[in-house]
Design a protein around this ligand. Structure first.
Ligand code: NAD
Length: 498
Protein backbone atom coordinates (compact mmCIF):
# COMPACT_ATOMS: atom_id res chain seq x y z
CA UNK A 1 0.00 0.00 0.00
CA UNK A 2 1.36 3.43 -0.88
CA UNK A 3 1.25 6.40 1.41
CA UNK A 4 0.03 9.94 0.89
CA UNK A 5 2.73 12.58 0.81
CA UNK A 6 2.13 14.83 3.83
CA UNK A 7 1.80 18.58 3.59
CA UNK A 8 4.27 20.63 5.63
CA UNK A 9 1.83 23.01 7.30
CA UNK A 10 2.42 25.29 10.26
CA UNK A 11 5.55 23.42 11.28
CA UNK A 12 3.93 19.94 11.17
CA UNK A 13 3.79 17.15 8.61
CA UNK A 14 0.06 16.56 8.22
CA UNK A 15 -2.13 14.29 6.12
CA UNK A 16 -4.20 16.37 3.74
CA UNK A 17 -7.98 16.13 3.60
CA UNK A 18 -7.69 16.21 -0.20
CA UNK A 19 -10.09 14.14 -2.21
CA UNK A 20 -7.99 14.45 -5.36
CA UNK A 21 -4.56 12.76 -5.33
CA UNK A 22 -1.86 12.34 -7.95
CA UNK A 23 0.12 9.10 -8.19
CA UNK A 24 3.88 9.42 -7.90
CA UNK A 25 5.23 6.71 -10.20
CA UNK A 26 8.76 5.38 -10.66
CA UNK A 27 9.40 6.12 -14.37
CA UNK A 28 11.35 2.88 -14.92
CA UNK A 29 9.51 0.23 -12.89
CA UNK A 30 6.10 1.99 -12.99
CA UNK A 31 5.63 1.16 -9.31
CA UNK A 32 3.53 3.72 -7.47
CA UNK A 33 5.73 5.22 -4.77
CA UNK A 34 3.18 7.51 -3.11
CA UNK A 35 0.28 9.85 -3.82
CA UNK A 36 0.60 13.63 -3.79
CA UNK A 37 -2.56 15.22 -2.38
CA UNK A 38 -4.07 18.26 -4.06
CA UNK A 39 -4.20 20.47 -0.94
CA UNK A 40 -7.62 21.86 -0.10
CA UNK A 41 -8.46 25.56 -0.16
CA UNK A 42 -8.66 25.55 3.64
CA UNK A 43 -5.19 23.99 3.93
CA UNK A 44 -3.61 26.50 1.57
CA UNK A 45 -5.24 29.39 3.43
CA UNK A 46 -3.95 27.97 6.71
CA UNK A 47 -0.43 27.62 5.30
CA UNK A 48 -0.39 31.23 4.09
CA UNK A 49 -1.81 32.47 7.41
CA UNK A 50 0.85 30.51 9.31
CA UNK A 51 3.59 31.93 7.06
CA UNK A 52 2.19 35.47 7.56
CA UNK A 53 2.23 35.05 11.34
CA UNK A 54 5.79 33.63 11.29
CA UNK A 55 6.97 36.57 9.19
CA UNK A 56 6.22 39.08 11.96
CA UNK A 57 9.03 37.65 14.10
CA UNK A 58 11.32 36.23 11.42
CA UNK A 59 11.82 39.63 9.76
CA UNK A 60 13.41 40.89 12.99
CA UNK A 61 15.82 37.97 13.43
CA UNK A 62 19.30 39.40 12.74
CA UNK A 63 20.67 38.33 9.35
CA UNK A 64 23.65 36.61 10.95
CA UNK A 65 21.32 34.43 13.04
CA UNK A 66 19.34 33.53 9.93
CA UNK A 67 22.65 32.71 8.25
CA UNK A 68 23.67 30.42 11.14
CA UNK A 69 20.46 28.39 10.76
CA UNK A 70 21.01 28.18 7.01
CA UNK A 71 24.60 27.04 7.58
CA UNK A 72 23.19 24.28 9.76
CA UNK A 73 20.74 23.33 6.98
CA UNK A 74 23.54 23.43 4.41
CA UNK A 75 25.68 21.09 6.49
CA UNK A 76 22.85 18.60 6.95
CA UNK A 77 21.98 18.67 3.23
CA UNK A 78 25.63 17.96 2.41
CA UNK A 79 25.90 15.07 4.81
CA UNK A 80 22.66 13.58 3.46
CA UNK A 81 23.24 14.30 -0.22
CA UNK A 82 23.26 10.60 -1.17
CA UNK A 83 20.07 9.89 0.75
CA UNK A 84 18.23 12.76 -0.99
CA UNK A 85 19.67 11.71 -4.35
CA UNK A 86 18.33 8.18 -3.89
CA UNK A 87 14.80 9.45 -3.30
CA UNK A 88 15.23 11.76 -6.28
CA UNK A 89 16.43 8.93 -8.56
CA UNK A 90 13.48 6.77 -7.57
CA UNK A 91 10.86 9.33 -8.48
CA UNK A 92 12.51 11.00 -11.50
CA UNK A 93 14.34 8.00 -12.99
CA UNK A 94 17.56 10.06 -13.11
CA UNK A 95 20.79 8.10 -12.99
CA UNK A 96 22.47 8.46 -9.61
CA UNK A 97 25.28 10.77 -10.80
CA UNK A 98 22.71 13.20 -12.24
CA UNK A 99 20.59 12.96 -9.08
CA UNK A 100 23.60 13.83 -6.92
CA UNK A 101 24.37 16.75 -9.23
CA UNK A 102 20.77 17.98 -8.85
CA UNK A 103 21.13 18.03 -5.06
CA UNK A 104 24.61 19.53 -5.14
CA UNK A 105 23.67 22.48 -7.38
CA UNK A 106 20.93 23.28 -4.86
CA UNK A 107 23.32 23.03 -1.92
CA UNK A 108 25.56 25.61 -3.61
CA UNK A 109 22.68 28.10 -3.42
CA UNK A 110 22.23 27.40 0.28
CA UNK A 111 25.97 28.05 0.73
CA UNK A 112 25.49 31.35 -1.06
CA UNK A 113 22.49 32.25 1.11
CA UNK A 114 24.73 31.81 4.18
CA UNK A 115 26.49 35.03 3.06
CA UNK A 116 23.28 36.96 3.62
CA UNK A 117 24.65 39.68 5.94
CA UNK A 118 27.08 40.78 3.22
CA UNK A 119 24.55 40.28 0.41
CA UNK A 120 21.95 42.45 2.15
CA UNK A 121 24.25 45.40 2.75
CA UNK A 122 22.91 48.62 1.36
CA UNK A 123 24.60 51.76 0.12
CA UNK A 124 25.39 54.93 1.96
CA UNK A 125 26.63 58.34 1.03
CA UNK A 126 27.39 61.03 3.53
CA UNK A 127 26.60 64.67 2.86
CA UNK A 128 24.47 64.33 -0.26
CA UNK A 129 23.57 67.90 0.66
CA UNK A 130 25.12 69.74 3.56
CA UNK A 131 24.19 67.85 6.72
CA UNK A 132 22.15 65.18 4.93
CA UNK A 133 23.17 61.55 4.64
CA UNK A 134 21.47 58.83 2.59
CA UNK A 135 21.37 55.07 3.18
CA UNK A 136 19.52 52.26 1.46
CA UNK A 137 18.34 49.19 3.39
CA UNK A 138 17.06 45.92 1.95
CA UNK A 139 13.96 44.77 3.81
CA UNK A 140 11.98 41.53 3.37
CA UNK A 141 8.64 41.52 1.58
CA UNK A 142 6.51 39.06 3.58
CA UNK A 143 5.19 35.71 2.36
CA UNK A 144 6.75 34.60 -0.92
CA UNK A 145 5.69 31.59 -3.02
CA UNK A 146 7.60 29.20 -5.26
CA UNK A 147 6.18 26.96 -7.99
CA UNK A 148 8.65 24.45 -9.34
CA UNK A 149 8.96 21.98 -12.25
CA UNK A 150 9.64 18.24 -12.20
CA UNK A 151 13.06 18.20 -13.78
CA UNK A 152 15.21 19.41 -10.84
CA UNK A 153 13.17 18.63 -7.71
CA UNK A 154 16.08 19.42 -5.37
CA UNK A 155 17.96 22.21 -7.11
CA UNK A 156 15.06 24.42 -8.15
CA UNK A 157 13.21 24.56 -4.80
CA UNK A 158 16.65 25.29 -3.29
CA UNK A 159 17.08 28.20 -5.74
CA UNK A 160 14.10 29.78 -4.04
CA UNK A 161 13.29 29.23 -0.37
CA UNK A 162 16.78 29.42 1.19
CA UNK A 163 17.42 32.82 -0.38
CA UNK A 164 13.93 34.16 0.35
CA UNK A 165 14.15 32.98 3.96
CA UNK A 166 17.70 34.33 4.35
CA UNK A 167 16.35 37.74 3.31
CA UNK A 168 13.80 37.58 6.17
CA UNK A 169 10.72 36.35 4.26
CA UNK A 170 8.62 33.27 4.87
CA UNK A 171 7.85 30.86 2.05
CA UNK A 172 5.13 28.64 0.57
CA UNK A 173 6.49 26.03 -1.85
CA UNK A 174 4.28 24.21 -4.36
CA UNK A 175 6.62 21.60 -5.85
CA UNK A 176 5.87 19.58 -8.96
CA UNK A 177 3.16 16.98 -8.43
CA UNK A 178 5.33 14.55 -10.44
CA UNK A 179 8.14 14.28 -7.85
CA UNK A 180 7.00 15.50 -4.42
CA UNK A 181 9.15 13.15 -2.32
CA UNK A 182 12.45 14.98 -2.83
CA UNK A 183 11.12 18.35 -1.59
CA UNK A 184 9.47 16.48 1.28
CA UNK A 185 12.80 14.95 2.34
CA UNK A 186 14.44 18.38 2.16
CA UNK A 187 11.62 19.83 4.31
CA UNK A 188 12.13 17.05 6.86
CA UNK A 189 15.80 18.00 7.11
CA UNK A 190 14.77 21.67 7.40
CA UNK A 191 12.84 20.86 10.58
CA UNK A 192 16.02 19.51 12.20
CA UNK A 193 17.90 22.80 11.93
CA UNK A 194 16.23 25.03 14.52
CA UNK A 195 14.18 27.31 12.25
CA UNK A 196 11.07 28.77 13.92
CA UNK A 197 7.71 27.25 13.02
CA UNK A 198 5.94 28.49 9.91
CA UNK A 199 8.97 29.84 8.03
CA UNK A 200 8.54 27.21 5.30
CA UNK A 201 5.30 25.56 4.18
CA UNK A 202 5.06 22.87 1.47
CA UNK A 203 1.70 22.49 -0.29
CA UNK A 204 1.20 19.79 -2.91
CA UNK A 205 -1.08 19.81 -5.91
CA UNK A 206 -1.31 21.04 -9.48
CA UNK A 207 -2.82 24.00 -11.39
CA UNK A 208 -5.74 24.43 -8.99
CA UNK A 209 -3.43 24.88 -5.98
CA UNK A 210 -1.15 27.16 -8.03
CA UNK A 211 -4.09 29.37 -8.98
CA UNK A 212 -5.13 29.69 -5.36
CA UNK A 213 -1.62 30.68 -4.31
CA UNK A 214 -1.06 33.25 -7.08
CA UNK A 215 -4.43 34.88 -6.39
CA UNK A 216 -4.05 34.99 -2.61
CA UNK A 217 -3.84 38.59 -1.33
CA UNK A 218 -1.16 37.79 1.27
CA UNK A 219 1.38 36.43 -1.20
CA UNK A 220 3.80 39.25 -1.98
CA UNK A 221 6.11 37.63 -4.54
CA UNK A 222 6.05 34.58 -6.80
CA UNK A 223 9.00 32.66 -8.22
CA UNK A 224 8.12 30.22 -10.98
CA UNK A 225 10.23 27.80 -13.00
CA UNK A 226 8.54 25.66 -15.66
CA UNK A 227 7.15 25.78 -19.18
CA UNK A 228 6.54 29.04 -21.05
CA UNK A 229 2.79 28.53 -21.38
CA UNK A 230 2.33 28.12 -17.63
CA UNK A 231 4.89 30.85 -16.92
CA UNK A 232 2.91 33.29 -19.06
CA UNK A 233 -0.26 32.45 -17.14
CA UNK A 234 1.48 32.90 -13.78
CA UNK A 235 3.20 36.11 -14.84
CA UNK A 236 -0.04 37.60 -16.18
CA UNK A 237 -2.13 36.57 -13.18
CA UNK A 238 0.47 37.46 -10.57
CA UNK A 239 1.21 40.89 -12.00
CA UNK A 240 -2.53 41.49 -12.55
CA UNK A 241 -2.80 40.92 -8.79
CA UNK A 242 0.02 43.48 -8.39
CA UNK A 243 2.51 40.96 -7.04
CA UNK A 244 6.21 40.78 -7.75
CA UNK A 245 6.70 37.88 -10.20
CA UNK A 246 9.66 36.16 -11.84
CA UNK A 247 9.21 33.29 -14.28
CA UNK A 248 12.04 31.24 -15.73
CA UNK A 249 10.62 29.22 -18.56
CA UNK A 250 11.21 27.20 -21.73
CA UNK A 251 14.30 26.79 -23.84
CA UNK A 252 15.63 25.72 -27.20
CA UNK A 253 19.38 25.88 -26.80
CA UNK A 254 21.74 25.92 -29.78
CA UNK A 255 25.37 24.90 -29.90
CA UNK A 256 27.29 26.41 -32.81
CA UNK A 257 30.21 24.35 -34.09
CA UNK A 258 32.91 26.12 -36.08
CA UNK A 259 35.14 24.03 -38.38
CA UNK A 260 38.26 25.11 -36.44
CA UNK A 261 36.97 23.49 -33.21
CA UNK A 262 38.39 20.23 -31.86
CA UNK A 263 36.18 17.53 -33.37
CA UNK A 264 36.49 14.99 -30.53
CA UNK A 265 35.73 17.59 -27.89
CA UNK A 266 32.73 18.85 -29.84
CA UNK A 267 31.24 15.40 -30.25
CA UNK A 268 31.73 14.27 -26.68
CA UNK A 269 30.25 17.52 -25.26
CA UNK A 270 27.39 17.54 -27.75
CA UNK A 271 26.38 14.00 -26.82
CA UNK A 272 26.37 14.69 -23.06
CA UNK A 273 24.64 18.04 -23.40
CA UNK A 274 21.86 16.80 -25.68
CA UNK A 275 20.81 13.39 -24.38
CA UNK A 276 22.18 13.60 -20.80
CA UNK A 277 19.35 13.53 -18.22
CA UNK A 278 17.18 12.29 -21.14
CA UNK A 279 17.24 15.84 -22.52
CA UNK A 280 14.99 16.97 -19.67
CA UNK A 281 17.13 19.98 -18.76
CA UNK A 282 16.28 23.60 -19.48
CA UNK A 283 19.93 24.08 -20.44
CA UNK A 284 20.18 20.94 -22.61
CA UNK A 285 21.53 21.49 -26.10
CA UNK A 286 18.68 20.57 -28.40
CA UNK A 287 20.02 22.07 -31.66
CA UNK A 288 23.54 21.78 -33.10
CA UNK A 289 24.30 24.34 -35.81
CA UNK A 290 27.19 22.96 -37.85
CA UNK A 291 29.05 25.70 -39.70
CA UNK A 292 30.93 25.06 -42.98
CA UNK A 293 33.22 22.02 -42.97
CA UNK A 294 32.07 20.83 -39.54
CA UNK A 295 29.00 19.49 -41.36
CA UNK A 296 31.16 16.50 -42.32
CA UNK A 297 31.15 15.40 -38.65
CA UNK A 298 27.51 14.31 -38.72
CA UNK A 299 28.32 10.60 -39.13
CA UNK A 300 30.75 10.66 -36.19
CA UNK A 301 28.11 12.39 -34.10
CA UNK A 302 25.61 9.66 -34.96
CA UNK A 303 28.13 6.93 -34.04
CA UNK A 304 28.80 8.56 -30.66
CA UNK A 305 25.08 8.98 -29.90
CA UNK A 306 24.42 5.36 -30.83
CA UNK A 307 26.79 4.24 -28.05
CA UNK A 308 24.79 5.95 -25.29
CA UNK A 309 22.46 3.52 -23.54
CA UNK A 310 19.55 4.55 -21.35
CA UNK A 311 19.27 2.62 -18.11
CA UNK A 312 18.10 2.39 -14.54
CA UNK A 313 19.17 4.86 -11.86
CA UNK A 314 21.72 2.48 -10.25
CA UNK A 315 23.27 1.25 -13.51
CA UNK A 316 26.77 2.75 -13.73
CA UNK A 317 26.87 2.13 -17.48
CA UNK A 318 23.65 4.04 -18.19
CA UNK A 319 23.93 7.38 -19.99
CA UNK A 320 20.50 8.57 -18.88
CA UNK A 321 17.20 7.34 -17.46
CA UNK A 322 13.60 7.17 -18.68
CA UNK A 323 11.35 10.18 -19.27
CA UNK A 324 9.33 11.39 -16.31
CA UNK A 325 5.92 10.02 -17.39
CA UNK A 326 4.01 8.05 -19.98
CA UNK A 327 2.52 11.33 -21.20
CA UNK A 328 5.99 12.85 -21.66
CA UNK A 329 7.08 9.79 -23.65
CA UNK A 330 3.99 9.94 -25.88
CA UNK A 331 4.62 13.63 -26.54
CA UNK A 332 8.26 13.02 -27.53
CA UNK A 333 7.31 10.07 -29.77
CA UNK A 334 4.67 12.23 -31.44
CA UNK A 335 7.23 14.96 -32.14
CA UNK A 336 9.73 12.43 -33.56
CA UNK A 337 7.01 11.15 -35.90
CA UNK A 338 6.12 14.71 -36.84
CA UNK A 339 9.79 15.44 -37.67
CA UNK A 340 9.87 12.51 -40.06
CA UNK A 341 6.64 13.60 -41.73
CA UNK A 342 7.87 17.16 -42.13
CA UNK A 343 10.89 15.95 -44.11
CA UNK A 344 13.78 16.13 -41.62
CA UNK A 345 16.32 13.28 -41.96
CA UNK A 346 16.03 10.95 -39.01
CA UNK A 347 19.63 9.69 -38.76
CA UNK A 348 19.02 7.84 -35.49
CA UNK A 349 15.60 6.89 -34.12
CA UNK A 350 15.22 6.03 -30.43
CA UNK A 351 11.42 5.61 -30.57
CA UNK A 352 11.54 1.84 -30.19
CA UNK A 353 14.15 1.64 -27.46
CA UNK A 354 13.20 -0.65 -24.62
CA UNK A 355 14.93 -1.77 -21.46
CA UNK A 356 15.07 -5.54 -20.84
CA UNK A 357 14.67 -5.24 -17.06
CA UNK A 358 11.99 -2.51 -17.08
CA UNK A 359 10.01 -2.99 -20.30
CA UNK A 360 7.16 -0.80 -19.05
CA UNK A 361 9.48 2.18 -18.42
CA UNK A 362 9.13 5.52 -20.22
CA UNK A 363 12.16 4.90 -22.44
CA UNK A 364 13.21 6.82 -25.52
CA UNK A 365 16.66 6.18 -26.98
CA UNK A 366 19.04 8.82 -28.40
CA UNK A 367 17.53 10.36 -31.51
CA UNK A 368 19.21 12.50 -34.18
CA UNK A 369 17.62 14.59 -36.91
CA UNK A 370 19.52 16.53 -39.57
CA UNK A 371 18.38 18.86 -42.33
CA UNK A 372 16.07 20.57 -39.84
CA UNK A 373 14.57 23.93 -40.82
CA UNK A 374 13.16 26.67 -38.62
CA UNK A 375 9.55 26.12 -39.76
CA UNK A 376 9.39 22.48 -38.56
CA UNK A 377 7.44 21.64 -35.43
CA UNK A 378 10.42 19.77 -33.94
CA UNK A 379 12.34 23.05 -34.13
CA UNK A 380 9.55 25.35 -32.98
CA UNK A 381 8.63 23.28 -29.91
CA UNK A 382 10.75 22.40 -26.91
CA UNK A 383 10.98 18.59 -27.18
CA UNK A 384 12.35 17.89 -23.67
CA UNK A 385 13.58 14.45 -24.62
CA UNK A 386 16.84 12.83 -25.81
CA UNK A 387 16.49 14.28 -29.31
CA UNK A 388 19.19 16.35 -31.02
CA UNK A 389 18.42 18.43 -34.11
CA UNK A 390 21.15 19.39 -36.55
CA UNK A 391 20.96 22.49 -38.73
CA UNK A 392 23.53 23.68 -41.23
CA UNK A 393 24.88 27.23 -41.66
CA UNK A 394 27.43 28.76 -44.03
CA UNK A 395 28.93 31.18 -41.52
CA UNK A 396 28.95 32.23 -37.89
CA UNK A 397 26.68 35.17 -38.75
CA UNK A 398 24.17 32.83 -40.39
CA UNK A 399 24.20 30.69 -37.20
CA UNK A 400 23.68 33.82 -35.08
CA UNK A 401 20.70 34.77 -37.22
CA UNK A 402 19.08 31.37 -36.55
CA UNK A 403 19.61 31.65 -32.78
CA UNK A 404 18.47 35.25 -32.47
CA UNK A 405 15.27 34.53 -34.40
CA UNK A 406 14.30 31.69 -32.04
CA UNK A 407 11.52 32.65 -29.59
CA UNK A 408 13.58 31.30 -26.66
CA UNK A 409 16.86 32.60 -25.29
CA UNK A 410 17.91 30.53 -22.31
CA UNK A 411 21.36 29.10 -23.08
CA UNK A 412 23.73 28.72 -26.02
CA UNK A 413 27.30 27.77 -26.74
CA UNK A 414 29.99 28.11 -29.36
CA UNK A 415 32.85 25.70 -30.00
CA UNK A 416 35.79 27.30 -31.78
CA UNK A 417 39.51 27.89 -31.54
CA UNK A 418 39.18 31.49 -32.64
CA UNK A 419 39.13 34.20 -29.97
CA UNK A 420 37.75 36.62 -32.55
CA UNK A 421 34.82 34.33 -33.38
CA UNK A 422 34.14 33.80 -29.66
CA UNK A 423 34.10 37.56 -28.96
CA UNK A 424 31.83 38.20 -31.94
CA UNK A 425 29.45 35.45 -30.80
CA UNK A 426 29.22 36.43 -27.14
CA UNK A 427 28.66 40.07 -28.04
CA UNK A 428 25.98 39.48 -30.66
CA UNK A 429 24.00 36.50 -29.44
CA UNK A 430 20.70 37.41 -27.73
CA UNK A 431 20.61 34.68 -25.10
CA UNK A 432 20.91 34.66 -21.30
CA UNK A 433 23.71 32.16 -20.67
CA UNK A 434 26.55 31.83 -23.17
CA UNK A 435 29.25 29.14 -23.14
CA UNK A 436 32.46 29.33 -25.12
CA UNK A 437 33.80 25.78 -25.60
CA UNK A 438 31.46 24.85 -22.75
CA UNK A 439 28.19 23.15 -23.67
CA UNK A 440 25.96 23.90 -20.66
CA UNK A 441 26.88 27.29 -19.21
CA UNK A 442 25.04 27.24 -15.88
CA UNK A 443 26.52 29.98 -13.69
CA UNK A 444 27.44 29.57 -10.02
CA UNK A 445 24.98 31.18 -7.57
CA UNK A 446 27.15 34.25 -7.05
CA UNK A 447 26.30 35.23 -10.65
CA UNK A 448 22.82 35.76 -11.97
CA UNK A 449 20.89 33.37 -14.21
CA UNK A 450 18.62 34.91 -16.76
CA UNK A 451 16.86 34.27 -20.04
CA UNK A 452 15.83 36.35 -23.04
CA UNK A 453 12.50 36.52 -24.89
CA UNK A 454 10.18 33.60 -23.97
CA UNK A 455 12.69 32.09 -21.53
CA UNK A 456 12.14 34.66 -18.80
CA UNK A 457 9.33 36.96 -17.68
CA UNK A 458 9.87 39.53 -15.04
CA UNK A 459 12.15 42.46 -14.45
CA UNK A 460 14.16 40.95 -11.65
CA UNK A 461 16.36 37.93 -11.90
CA UNK A 462 15.48 34.69 -10.34
CA UNK A 463 18.49 32.95 -9.03
CA UNK A 464 21.88 33.65 -7.53
CA UNK A 465 23.20 37.12 -6.91
CA UNK A 466 20.14 38.96 -8.16
CA UNK A 467 17.75 36.93 -6.00
CA UNK A 468 18.40 39.22 -3.04
CA UNK A 469 17.00 42.11 -5.04
CA UNK A 470 13.91 40.06 -5.87
CA UNK A 471 13.14 38.98 -2.33
CA UNK A 472 13.67 42.38 -0.74
CA UNK A 473 12.35 45.87 -1.03
CA UNK A 474 14.87 48.66 -1.03
CA UNK A 475 14.32 51.47 1.39
CA UNK A 476 16.25 54.70 1.04
CA UNK A 477 16.59 56.88 4.10
CA UNK A 478 17.70 60.49 3.99
CA UNK A 479 18.76 61.54 7.44
CA UNK A 480 19.45 64.86 9.10
CA UNK A 481 20.88 65.12 12.60
CA UNK A 482 21.56 67.84 15.13
CA UNK A 483 24.70 68.26 17.13
CA UNK A 484 24.53 70.11 20.43
CA UNK A 485 21.28 71.75 19.36
CA UNK A 486 22.69 73.19 16.13
CA UNK A 487 21.04 72.19 12.89
CA UNK A 488 23.56 71.27 10.20
CA UNK A 489 22.49 73.43 7.29
CA UNK A 490 24.17 74.81 4.28
CA UNK A 491 23.46 76.87 1.18
CA UNK A 492 22.05 73.92 -0.83
CA UNK A 493 19.92 72.40 1.88
CA UNK A 494 16.79 74.39 1.16
CA UNK A 495 16.94 73.52 -2.48
CA UNK A 496 17.49 69.83 -1.67
CA UNK A 497 14.54 69.65 0.71
CA UNK A 498 11.98 71.22 -1.60
P1 NAD B 1 5.17 22.83 -16.09
O1 NAD B 1 5.07 24.22 -16.56
O2 NAD B 1 4.25 21.82 -16.66
O3 NAD B 1 4.97 22.75 -14.49
C1 NAD B 1 5.66 23.61 -13.63
C2 NAD B 1 4.80 23.87 -12.38
O4 NAD B 1 3.62 24.56 -12.78
C3 NAD B 1 4.37 22.62 -11.64
O5 NAD B 1 4.49 22.83 -10.27
C4 NAD B 1 2.92 22.43 -12.06
O6 NAD B 1 2.12 21.85 -11.06
C5 NAD B 1 2.45 23.85 -12.33
N1 NAD B 1 1.43 23.92 -13.40
C6 NAD B 1 1.32 23.11 -14.47
N2 NAD B 1 0.29 23.52 -15.26
C7 NAD B 1 -0.24 24.60 -14.67
C8 NAD B 1 -1.32 25.48 -15.01
N3 NAD B 1 -2.04 25.29 -16.12
N4 NAD B 1 -1.60 26.49 -14.19
C9 NAD B 1 -0.87 26.70 -13.06
N5 NAD B 1 0.17 25.91 -12.70
C10 NAD B 1 0.49 24.87 -13.49
O7 NAD B 1 6.72 22.40 -16.31
P2 NAD B 1 7.39 20.98 -16.13
O8 NAD B 1 6.95 20.09 -17.23
O9 NAD B 1 7.25 20.54 -14.73
O10 NAD B 1 8.94 21.38 -16.34
C11 NAD B 1 9.55 21.44 -17.61
C12 NAD B 1 9.63 22.87 -18.12
O11 NAD B 1 10.35 23.69 -17.19
C13 NAD B 1 10.39 22.99 -19.43
O12 NAD B 1 9.71 23.88 -20.26
C14 NAD B 1 11.75 23.56 -19.02
O13 NAD B 1 12.42 24.29 -20.02
C15 NAD B 1 11.33 24.46 -17.89
N6 NAD B 1 12.47 24.75 -17.02
C16 NAD B 1 13.03 25.99 -17.10
C17 NAD B 1 14.13 26.31 -16.32
C18 NAD B 1 14.79 27.66 -16.43
O14 NAD B 1 15.64 27.96 -15.61
N7 NAD B 1 14.43 28.48 -17.40
C19 NAD B 1 14.64 25.36 -15.43
C20 NAD B 1 14.02 24.10 -15.35
C21 NAD B 1 12.92 23.81 -16.15
Amino acid sequence: MTHDVPLFLDGEFVTSNATRKIANINPASQLTLAHAPCATEVEINRAIASASAAFQEWRDVPPIDRARLLANYCQKLKSRQDEIAEVLSQETGKIFADAKGDVWRGIEVVEHACNIPSLLMGETLENVAPGIDTSTYSQPLGVCAGITPFNFPAMIPLWMYPMAIACGNTFVLKPSEQDPLTPLRMAEIFTECGFPKGILQVMHGDREQVDQIINHPDIRAISFVGSAKVGQHIYRTGTQNLKRVQCMTSAKNHMVVMPDADKDQVISHLVGASVGAAGQRCMAISVAVLVGDSQAWLDDLKTALQKVKPGAWNDDEAGFGPLISKAAKQRVLHLIEQGKQEGADCNLDGSDYNHPQFPEGNWVGPTLFSGVTADMQIYREEIFGPVLLVMFADSLDAALEIINANPNGNGTSLFTNSGGAARHFQHNVLVGQVGINLPIPVPSPYFSFTGWRNSFYGDQHAYGKQAVRFYTETKTVLSRWFHQGEEATGPNLTIQMR
